[in-house]
Design a protein around this ligand. Structure first.
Ligand SMILES: NC(=O)C1=CN([C@@H]2O[C@H](COP(=O)(O)OP(=O)(O)OC[C@H]3O[C@@H](n4cnc5c(N)ncnc54)[C@H](OP(=O)(O)O)[C@@H]3O)[C@@H](O)[C@H]2O)C=CC1
Ligand SMILES: O=C1OC[C@@H](O)[C@H](O)[C@H]1O
Length: 402
Protein backbone atom coordinates (compact mmCIF):
# COMPACT_ATOMS: atom_id res chain seq x y z
CA UNK A 1 0.00 0.00 0.00
CA UNK A 2 2.77 2.45 0.93
CA UNK A 3 4.56 1.80 -2.40
CA UNK A 4 1.25 2.41 -4.22
CA UNK A 5 0.79 5.78 -2.48
CA UNK A 6 4.44 6.75 -3.09
CA UNK A 7 4.17 5.81 -6.77
CA UNK A 8 1.00 7.83 -7.28
CA UNK A 9 2.58 10.77 -5.46
CA UNK A 10 5.59 10.62 -7.78
CA UNK A 11 3.37 10.25 -10.85
CA UNK A 12 1.48 13.39 -9.85
CA UNK A 13 4.57 15.32 -8.78
CA UNK A 14 7.31 13.92 -11.00
CA UNK A 15 10.94 14.68 -10.55
CA UNK A 16 12.08 17.68 -12.60
CA UNK A 17 15.56 17.10 -13.93
CA UNK A 18 17.82 19.84 -15.35
CA UNK A 19 18.27 19.79 -19.11
CA UNK A 20 21.42 18.15 -20.38
CA UNK A 21 24.60 20.05 -21.22
CA UNK A 22 26.37 17.01 -22.70
CA UNK A 23 23.70 16.10 -25.21
CA UNK A 24 21.74 18.93 -26.83
CA UNK A 25 18.07 18.70 -25.74
CA UNK A 26 15.59 18.31 -28.60
CA UNK A 27 12.84 20.84 -29.09
CA UNK A 28 9.34 19.39 -29.39
CA UNK A 29 6.25 21.11 -30.82
CA UNK A 30 2.70 19.95 -30.11
CA UNK A 31 -0.05 20.09 -32.74
CA UNK A 32 -3.25 20.96 -30.86
CA UNK A 33 -3.86 21.71 -27.20
CA UNK A 34 -5.05 18.14 -26.78
CA UNK A 35 -6.15 16.61 -23.49
CA UNK A 36 -3.65 13.79 -23.76
CA UNK A 37 -0.60 16.03 -24.34
CA UNK A 38 0.21 16.70 -20.64
CA UNK A 39 0.22 12.99 -19.74
CA UNK A 40 1.83 11.73 -22.91
CA UNK A 41 4.54 14.33 -23.40
CA UNK A 42 4.63 17.39 -21.15
CA UNK A 43 4.89 15.59 -17.81
CA UNK A 44 7.30 12.88 -19.03
CA UNK A 45 9.50 15.61 -20.56
CA UNK A 46 10.05 17.14 -17.11
CA UNK A 47 12.14 14.17 -16.06
CA UNK A 48 13.89 13.76 -19.41
CA UNK A 49 17.14 15.76 -19.65
CA UNK A 50 17.11 15.79 -23.45
CA UNK A 51 13.55 16.98 -24.11
CA UNK A 52 12.25 20.54 -24.18
CA UNK A 53 8.59 21.17 -24.95
CA UNK A 54 9.18 24.30 -26.96
CA UNK A 55 5.98 25.10 -28.89
CA UNK A 56 2.27 24.46 -29.06
CA UNK A 57 -0.22 25.31 -31.80
CA UNK A 58 -3.98 25.47 -31.40
CA UNK A 59 -6.72 26.59 -33.74
CA UNK A 60 -7.81 29.20 -31.21
CA UNK A 61 -5.09 31.64 -30.08
CA UNK A 62 -6.49 32.08 -26.57
CA UNK A 63 -6.67 28.33 -26.06
CA UNK A 64 -3.08 28.04 -27.29
CA UNK A 65 -1.90 30.82 -24.96
CA UNK A 66 -3.72 29.38 -21.93
CA UNK A 67 -2.32 25.94 -22.61
CA UNK A 68 1.20 27.30 -23.06
CA UNK A 69 0.98 29.35 -19.86
CA UNK A 70 -0.33 26.45 -17.83
CA UNK A 71 2.45 24.14 -19.03
CA UNK A 72 5.32 26.61 -19.31
CA UNK A 73 5.67 26.33 -23.09
CA UNK A 74 7.59 29.32 -24.50
CA UNK A 75 6.39 29.46 -28.12
CA UNK A 76 2.72 29.77 -29.05
CA UNK A 77 0.97 29.55 -32.40
CA UNK A 78 -2.77 30.21 -32.70
CA UNK A 79 -5.37 30.38 -35.45
CA UNK A 80 -6.22 28.57 -38.64
CA UNK A 81 -2.68 28.38 -39.95
CA UNK A 82 -1.09 27.67 -36.58
CA UNK A 83 -0.30 24.00 -37.17
CA UNK A 84 1.60 24.80 -40.37
CA UNK A 85 3.35 27.74 -38.68
CA UNK A 86 4.61 25.39 -35.97
CA UNK A 87 5.86 23.00 -38.65
CA UNK A 88 7.62 25.88 -40.42
CA UNK A 89 9.42 26.92 -37.22
CA UNK A 90 13.07 25.91 -37.73
CA UNK A 91 13.56 25.61 -33.96
CA UNK A 92 11.05 22.73 -33.79
CA UNK A 93 12.87 19.44 -34.35
CA UNK A 94 10.25 16.94 -33.27
CA UNK A 95 6.47 17.04 -33.61
CA UNK A 96 3.99 15.36 -31.29
CA UNK A 97 0.74 14.66 -33.15
CA UNK A 98 -2.22 14.15 -30.77
CA UNK A 99 -4.86 15.28 -33.26
CA UNK A 100 -8.05 13.27 -33.86
CA UNK A 101 -7.34 9.95 -35.59
CA UNK A 102 -8.60 11.17 -38.94
CA UNK A 103 -5.97 13.94 -38.97
CA UNK A 104 -2.98 11.78 -38.02
CA UNK A 105 -2.16 11.07 -41.67
CA UNK A 106 -2.36 14.64 -42.97
CA UNK A 107 -0.41 16.30 -40.17
CA UNK A 108 2.18 13.57 -39.77
CA UNK A 109 2.85 13.76 -43.50
CA UNK A 110 3.09 17.56 -43.35
CA UNK A 111 5.44 17.36 -40.35
CA UNK A 112 7.66 14.86 -42.18
CA UNK A 113 7.69 17.04 -45.32
CA UNK A 114 8.82 19.88 -43.03
CA UNK A 115 11.74 17.71 -41.93
CA UNK A 116 10.52 16.95 -38.40
CA UNK A 117 10.62 13.65 -36.53
CA UNK A 118 7.14 12.59 -35.38
CA UNK A 119 5.63 10.94 -32.34
CA UNK A 120 2.12 10.18 -33.61
CA UNK A 121 -0.74 9.15 -31.35
CA UNK A 122 -2.51 5.84 -31.71
CA UNK A 123 -4.08 4.59 -33.89
CA UNK A 124 -1.53 5.35 -36.59
CA UNK A 125 -4.07 6.61 -39.14
CA UNK A 126 -7.47 5.74 -40.55
CA UNK A 127 -6.17 3.01 -42.86
CA UNK A 128 -3.14 0.75 -43.19
CA UNK A 129 -2.39 2.30 -46.59
CA UNK A 130 -2.09 5.74 -44.99
CA UNK A 131 0.25 4.21 -42.40
CA UNK A 132 2.45 2.76 -45.14
CA UNK A 133 2.70 6.15 -46.86
CA UNK A 134 3.65 7.80 -43.54
CA UNK A 135 6.49 5.34 -42.97
CA UNK A 136 7.57 5.52 -46.64
CA UNK A 137 8.00 9.27 -46.29
CA UNK A 138 9.76 9.04 -42.92
CA UNK A 139 12.20 6.51 -44.37
CA UNK A 140 12.83 8.60 -47.51
CA UNK A 141 13.50 11.66 -45.37
CA UNK A 142 15.63 9.76 -42.82
CA UNK A 143 13.30 10.80 -40.01
CA UNK A 144 12.02 8.91 -36.97
CA UNK A 145 8.29 8.11 -36.87
CA UNK A 146 6.85 6.33 -33.85
CA UNK A 147 3.27 5.31 -33.33
CA UNK A 148 2.67 5.99 -29.63
CA UNK A 149 1.77 2.53 -28.32
CA UNK A 150 3.11 3.60 -24.93
CA UNK A 151 2.13 0.47 -22.97
CA UNK A 152 4.64 -1.61 -24.93
CA UNK A 153 7.54 0.30 -23.40
CA UNK A 154 6.60 -0.66 -19.83
CA UNK A 155 8.48 -3.57 -18.27
CA UNK A 156 5.30 -5.30 -16.99
CA UNK A 157 4.02 -6.19 -20.45
CA UNK A 158 7.53 -7.11 -21.57
CA UNK A 159 7.81 -9.45 -18.58
CA UNK A 160 4.66 -11.27 -19.71
CA UNK A 161 6.05 -11.53 -23.23
CA UNK A 162 9.34 -12.92 -21.88
CA UNK A 163 7.47 -15.44 -19.75
CA UNK A 164 5.51 -16.69 -22.77
CA UNK A 165 8.63 -16.77 -24.95
CA UNK A 166 10.56 -18.69 -22.29
CA UNK A 167 8.32 -21.72 -22.82
CA UNK A 168 7.55 -22.05 -19.10
CA UNK A 169 3.81 -22.17 -19.87
CA UNK A 170 4.06 -24.15 -23.12
CA UNK A 171 2.26 -23.41 -26.35
CA UNK A 172 -0.32 -20.61 -26.40
CA UNK A 173 -3.88 -21.87 -26.93
CA UNK A 174 -5.96 -18.71 -26.55
CA UNK A 175 -5.76 -15.03 -25.67
CA UNK A 176 -8.46 -12.72 -24.39
CA UNK A 177 -7.82 -8.96 -24.14
CA UNK A 178 -10.22 -6.26 -23.10
CA UNK A 179 -10.28 -2.53 -22.68
CA UNK A 180 -13.66 -1.19 -21.62
CA UNK A 181 -14.21 2.09 -19.83
CA UNK A 182 -17.41 3.08 -18.03
CA UNK A 183 -20.08 5.30 -19.53
CA UNK A 184 -19.57 8.94 -18.60
CA UNK A 185 -16.10 10.29 -19.40
CA UNK A 186 -16.47 9.92 -23.18
CA UNK A 187 -19.46 12.08 -24.06
CA UNK A 188 -21.55 11.69 -27.19
CA UNK A 189 -19.90 14.69 -28.88
CA UNK A 190 -16.35 13.37 -28.29
CA UNK A 191 -13.98 12.99 -31.26
CA UNK A 192 -14.08 9.24 -30.50
CA UNK A 193 -17.68 9.12 -31.75
CA UNK A 194 -17.04 11.11 -34.95
CA UNK A 195 -16.78 8.90 -38.03
CA UNK A 196 -15.44 11.83 -40.08
CA UNK A 197 -12.56 12.14 -37.57
CA UNK A 198 -11.75 8.42 -37.53
CA UNK A 199 -13.73 7.53 -34.42
CA UNK A 200 -15.07 4.26 -33.09
CA UNK A 201 -14.29 2.02 -30.12
CA UNK A 202 -12.09 -0.30 -32.18
CA UNK A 203 -9.92 2.62 -33.33
CA UNK A 204 -9.67 4.03 -29.81
CA UNK A 205 -9.65 1.52 -26.95
CA UNK A 206 -9.83 -1.51 -29.27
CA UNK A 207 -6.46 -0.91 -30.86
CA UNK A 208 -4.73 -1.82 -27.56
CA UNK A 209 -6.16 -5.36 -27.21
CA UNK A 210 -5.37 -5.97 -30.89
CA UNK A 211 -1.80 -4.80 -30.42
CA UNK A 212 -1.33 -6.76 -27.22
CA UNK A 213 -2.66 -10.01 -28.70
CA UNK A 214 -0.43 -9.62 -31.75
CA UNK A 215 2.58 -8.79 -29.56
CA UNK A 216 2.16 -11.67 -27.13
CA UNK A 217 1.52 -14.23 -29.88
CA UNK A 218 4.23 -12.73 -32.14
CA UNK A 219 1.83 -13.08 -35.05
CA UNK A 220 -0.95 -11.53 -37.09
CA UNK A 221 -4.49 -12.85 -37.43
CA UNK A 222 -5.26 -15.11 -40.36
CA UNK A 223 -8.98 -14.35 -40.23
CA UNK A 224 -11.73 -12.64 -38.28
CA UNK A 225 -14.14 -15.31 -37.09
CA UNK A 226 -16.74 -12.86 -35.80
CA UNK A 227 -17.06 -9.15 -35.07
CA UNK A 228 -20.04 -7.59 -33.31
CA UNK A 229 -20.25 -3.81 -33.07
CA UNK A 230 -22.57 -2.06 -30.61
CA UNK A 231 -23.98 1.32 -31.70
CA UNK A 232 -23.93 4.46 -29.62
CA UNK A 233 -27.29 4.60 -27.85
CA UNK A 234 -30.05 3.72 -30.31
CA UNK A 235 -28.26 4.95 -33.43
CA UNK A 236 -28.50 3.02 -36.68
CA UNK A 237 -24.94 1.71 -36.94
CA UNK A 238 -25.21 1.17 -40.70
CA UNK A 239 -25.73 4.92 -40.98
CA UNK A 240 -23.33 6.20 -38.29
CA UNK A 241 -20.69 3.45 -38.74
CA UNK A 242 -19.67 4.29 -35.17
CA UNK A 243 -19.11 1.43 -32.73
CA UNK A 244 -19.52 2.45 -29.09
CA UNK A 245 -18.25 -1.03 -28.31
CA UNK A 246 -17.01 -4.03 -30.24
CA UNK A 247 -16.36 -7.72 -29.61
CA UNK A 248 -14.35 -9.82 -32.01
CA UNK A 249 -12.90 -13.31 -32.31
CA UNK A 250 -9.76 -13.75 -34.37
CA UNK A 251 -7.95 -16.83 -35.63
CA UNK A 252 -4.14 -16.78 -35.41
CA UNK A 253 -1.52 -19.19 -36.78
CA UNK A 254 -0.83 -22.37 -34.75
CA UNK A 255 -4.50 -22.79 -33.81
CA UNK A 256 -4.51 -19.82 -31.44
CA UNK A 257 -7.93 -18.26 -30.96
CA UNK A 258 -8.17 -14.70 -29.63
CA UNK A 259 -11.09 -12.70 -28.33
CA UNK A 260 -11.10 -8.97 -27.77
CA UNK A 261 -13.43 -6.32 -26.47
CA UNK A 262 -13.31 -2.55 -26.64
CA UNK A 263 -15.93 -0.30 -25.09
CA UNK A 264 -15.97 3.48 -24.77
CA UNK A 265 -19.07 3.70 -22.61
CA UNK A 266 -19.71 0.44 -20.81
CA UNK A 267 -23.01 0.53 -18.90
CA UNK A 268 -22.46 0.77 -15.14
CA UNK A 269 -22.93 -2.43 -13.18
CA UNK A 270 -22.70 -2.46 -9.40
CA UNK A 271 -23.70 -6.02 -8.41
CA UNK A 272 -21.22 -7.55 -8.82
CA UNK A 273 -19.23 -4.35 -9.47
CA UNK A 274 -17.84 -4.06 -12.98
CA UNK A 275 -16.68 -0.57 -13.87
CA UNK A 276 -13.64 -1.31 -16.01
CA UNK A 277 -12.34 -4.21 -18.04
CA UNK A 278 -8.64 -3.93 -18.65
CA UNK A 279 -6.70 -7.14 -18.90
CA UNK A 280 -5.04 -9.68 -21.13
CA UNK A 281 -5.33 -13.36 -20.31
CA UNK A 282 -3.25 -15.98 -22.10
CA UNK A 283 -4.09 -19.67 -21.77
CA UNK A 284 -1.31 -22.09 -22.61
CA UNK A 285 -0.90 -25.86 -22.61
CA UNK A 286 1.11 -25.75 -19.37
CA UNK A 287 -0.59 -22.91 -17.52
CA UNK A 288 -2.02 -19.41 -17.81
CA UNK A 289 -0.90 -15.83 -17.33
CA UNK A 290 -3.11 -12.78 -16.82
CA UNK A 291 -1.88 -9.20 -16.78
CA UNK A 292 -4.45 -6.98 -15.14
CA UNK A 293 -4.15 -3.37 -16.27
CA UNK A 294 -1.85 -3.87 -19.23
CA UNK A 295 -2.39 -0.31 -20.55
CA UNK A 296 -1.47 1.82 -17.52
CA UNK A 297 0.48 -0.59 -15.30
CA UNK A 298 2.33 2.13 -13.38
CA UNK A 299 -0.70 2.88 -11.25
CA UNK A 300 -1.18 -0.73 -10.28
CA UNK A 301 -1.01 -4.06 -12.03
CA UNK A 302 -0.92 -7.73 -11.32
CA UNK A 303 0.72 -10.52 -13.31
CA UNK A 304 -1.00 -13.72 -12.21
CA UNK A 305 0.74 -16.89 -13.32
CA UNK A 306 -0.49 -20.43 -12.86
CA UNK A 307 1.50 -23.45 -13.94
CA UNK A 308 0.23 -27.00 -14.19
CA UNK A 309 2.34 -30.05 -13.51
CA UNK A 310 0.28 -33.25 -13.54
CA UNK A 311 -2.62 -32.65 -11.19
CA UNK A 312 -0.84 -29.86 -9.33
CA UNK A 313 -1.45 -26.20 -10.15
CA UNK A 314 0.92 -23.61 -8.70
CA UNK A 315 0.09 -19.93 -8.69
CA UNK A 316 2.20 -16.84 -8.21
CA UNK A 317 1.84 -13.09 -8.62
CA UNK A 318 4.50 -10.80 -10.05
CA UNK A 319 4.77 -7.02 -10.04
CA UNK A 320 7.15 -5.34 -12.47
CA UNK A 321 7.39 -1.58 -12.19
CA UNK A 322 10.93 -1.21 -13.49
CA UNK A 323 13.31 -3.21 -15.61
CA UNK A 324 15.37 -4.33 -12.65
CA UNK A 325 12.28 -6.35 -11.54
CA UNK A 326 11.55 -7.75 -14.97
CA UNK A 327 13.81 -10.85 -15.21
CA UNK A 328 13.90 -10.25 -18.93
CA UNK A 329 15.50 -13.14 -20.73
CA UNK A 330 14.82 -12.06 -24.28
CA UNK A 331 17.46 -9.95 -25.81
CA UNK A 332 17.15 -6.61 -24.05
CA UNK A 333 19.44 -7.16 -21.12
CA UNK A 334 22.40 -4.81 -21.26
CA UNK A 335 23.17 -2.97 -18.07
CA UNK A 336 21.42 0.22 -19.23
CA UNK A 337 18.22 -1.74 -19.72
CA UNK A 338 18.44 -3.30 -16.30
CA UNK A 339 18.93 0.11 -14.74
CA UNK A 340 16.25 1.70 -16.88
CA UNK A 341 13.29 3.44 -15.28
CA UNK A 342 11.75 4.23 -11.94
CA UNK A 343 8.74 2.49 -10.46
CA UNK A 344 6.75 5.72 -10.89
CA UNK A 345 7.56 6.14 -14.56
CA UNK A 346 4.39 6.17 -16.63
CA UNK A 347 4.28 4.14 -19.82
CA UNK A 348 4.62 7.49 -21.59
CA UNK A 349 7.90 8.18 -19.80
CA UNK A 350 9.31 4.81 -20.82
CA UNK A 351 8.11 5.55 -24.36
CA UNK A 352 9.80 8.96 -24.38
CA UNK A 353 13.07 7.38 -23.25
CA UNK A 354 13.02 5.00 -26.22
CA UNK A 355 11.92 7.68 -28.67
CA UNK A 356 14.73 10.04 -27.67
CA UNK A 357 17.25 7.19 -27.75
CA UNK A 358 16.21 6.60 -31.36
CA UNK A 359 16.40 10.33 -32.20
CA UNK A 360 19.88 10.48 -30.71
CA UNK A 361 21.08 7.44 -32.65
CA UNK A 362 21.23 5.22 -29.56
CA UNK A 363 19.60 1.78 -29.35
CA UNK A 364 16.26 2.02 -27.56
CA UNK A 365 15.28 -0.66 -25.07
CA UNK A 366 12.45 -1.64 -27.38
CA UNK A 367 10.75 -0.25 -30.46
CA UNK A 368 7.46 -0.37 -32.35
CA UNK A 369 8.38 -1.08 -35.94
CA UNK A 370 6.75 0.04 -39.15
CA UNK A 371 5.53 -3.53 -39.78
CA UNK A 372 3.94 -3.73 -36.33
CA UNK A 373 2.24 -0.34 -36.63
CA UNK A 374 0.86 -1.04 -40.10
CA UNK A 375 -0.25 -4.59 -39.20
CA UNK A 376 -2.31 -3.19 -36.34
CA UNK A 377 -4.16 -0.98 -38.81
CA UNK A 378 -4.65 -3.94 -41.14
CA UNK A 379 -6.23 -5.88 -38.29
CA UNK A 380 -8.52 -2.97 -37.42
CA UNK A 381 -9.64 -2.82 -41.03
CA UNK A 382 -10.24 -6.60 -41.17
CA UNK A 383 -12.43 -6.40 -38.06
CA UNK A 384 -14.43 -3.41 -39.29
CA UNK A 385 -14.97 -5.22 -42.58
CA UNK A 386 -16.32 -8.30 -40.78
CA UNK A 387 -18.45 -6.07 -38.52
CA UNK A 388 -20.10 -4.70 -41.65
CA UNK A 389 -19.30 -1.05 -41.02
CA UNK A 390 -16.08 -0.74 -42.98
CA UNK A 391 -12.80 1.12 -42.49
CA UNK A 392 -12.77 4.71 -41.33
CA UNK A 393 -12.79 7.24 -44.21
CA UNK A 394 -9.57 7.68 -46.11
CA UNK A 395 -8.07 11.14 -45.65
CA UNK A 396 -8.82 13.65 -48.39
CA UNK A 397 -5.29 15.03 -48.00
CA UNK A 398 -3.23 14.47 -51.14
CA UNK A 399 0.43 13.85 -50.32
CA UNK A 400 2.95 15.91 -52.25
CA UNK A 401 5.52 14.36 -54.48
CA UNK A 402 8.89 14.15 -52.74
N1 LIG B 1 -1.76 7.37 -25.82
C1 LIG B 1 -2.83 7.53 -25.05
O1 LIG B 1 -2.88 7.07 -23.92
C2 LIG B 1 -3.96 8.32 -25.55
C3 LIG B 1 -4.04 8.65 -26.87
N2 LIG B 1 -5.04 9.43 -27.33
C4 LIG B 1 -5.08 9.76 -28.76
O2 LIG B 1 -4.75 11.13 -28.88
C5 LIG B 1 -5.55 11.76 -29.85
C6 LIG B 1 -6.28 12.95 -29.21
O3 LIG B 1 -7.07 12.52 -28.14
P1 LIG B 1 -7.52 13.55 -27.00
O4 LIG B 1 -6.34 14.26 -26.46
O5 LIG B 1 -8.34 12.81 -26.06
O6 LIG B 1 -8.43 14.52 -27.87
P2 LIG B 1 -8.76 16.08 -27.70
O7 LIG B 1 -10.12 16.23 -28.26
O8 LIG B 1 -8.48 16.55 -26.34
O9 LIG B 1 -7.66 16.75 -28.63
C7 LIG B 1 -7.66 16.69 -29.97
C8 LIG B 1 -7.05 17.98 -30.50
O10 LIG B 1 -7.25 17.92 -31.89
C9 LIG B 1 -7.40 19.23 -32.39
N3 LIG B 1 -8.32 19.25 -33.51
C10 LIG B 1 -7.98 19.62 -34.75
N4 LIG B 1 -9.01 19.52 -35.57
C11 LIG B 1 -10.05 19.10 -34.84
C12 LIG B 1 -11.39 18.85 -35.14
N5 LIG B 1 -11.89 18.98 -36.37
N6 LIG B 1 -12.18 18.45 -34.14
C13 LIG B 1 -11.70 18.29 -32.88
N7 LIG B 1 -10.41 18.50 -32.54
C14 LIG B 1 -9.60 18.93 -33.52
C15 LIG B 1 -7.84 20.11 -31.23
O11 LIG B 1 -6.80 21.04 -31.23
P3 LIG B 1 -6.92 22.60 -30.99
O12 LIG B 1 -6.37 22.70 -29.63
O13 LIG B 1 -6.11 23.16 -32.08
O14 LIG B 1 -8.37 23.01 -31.06
C16 LIG B 1 -7.75 19.23 -29.99
O15 LIG B 1 -6.99 19.82 -28.99
C17 LIG B 1 -6.43 10.67 -30.43
O16 LIG B 1 -5.80 10.16 -31.58
C18 LIG B 1 -6.44 9.59 -29.35
O17 LIG B 1 -6.60 8.29 -29.87
C19 LIG B 1 -5.97 9.94 -26.48
C20 LIG B 1 -5.94 9.64 -25.16
C21 LIG B 1 -4.96 8.75 -24.60
O1 LIG C 1 -5.43 5.08 -23.14
C1 LIG C 1 -6.53 5.43 -23.50
O2 LIG C 1 -7.57 5.46 -22.65
C2 LIG C 1 -8.80 6.03 -22.94
C3 LIG C 1 -9.02 6.18 -24.41
O3 LIG C 1 -10.22 6.83 -24.73
C4 LIG C 1 -7.82 6.76 -25.03
O4 LIG C 1 -7.98 7.25 -26.30
C5 LIG C 1 -6.80 5.71 -24.92
O5 LIG C 1 -5.66 5.92 -25.68
Amino acid sequence: MSSFVRRIYRVLLPQIVPKSFDSQPMKFGILGAANIAPNALITPAKSHPEVVVYAVAARDLKKAKDFAKKHGIPKVYGGNTSYQQLLDDPEVEVVYNPLPNGLHFEWTMKALYAGKHVLCEKPLANTAEEGRLMFDLAEKKGLVLLKAFHYRFHPAVQRVKALLDSGELGKIKSVDAKMAIPAGPVRDDNIRFRYDLGGGALMDVGCYPINCIRYLTSSNPTSVVSATPVPLKSANIQETKIDRAINATLAFPNDILATLEGDLAMPWKFFPPKLFKLWVEVKCEGGDVTLINFVLPTFWHSINVSTKAGSTTTTRTEKVYKFADAHLEHGAGDSKTLDLGQDWWLTYRYQLEAFVDKLKGRTPQTWITREDSVANMETIEMIYEKAGIGSRPKSTYEPLAL
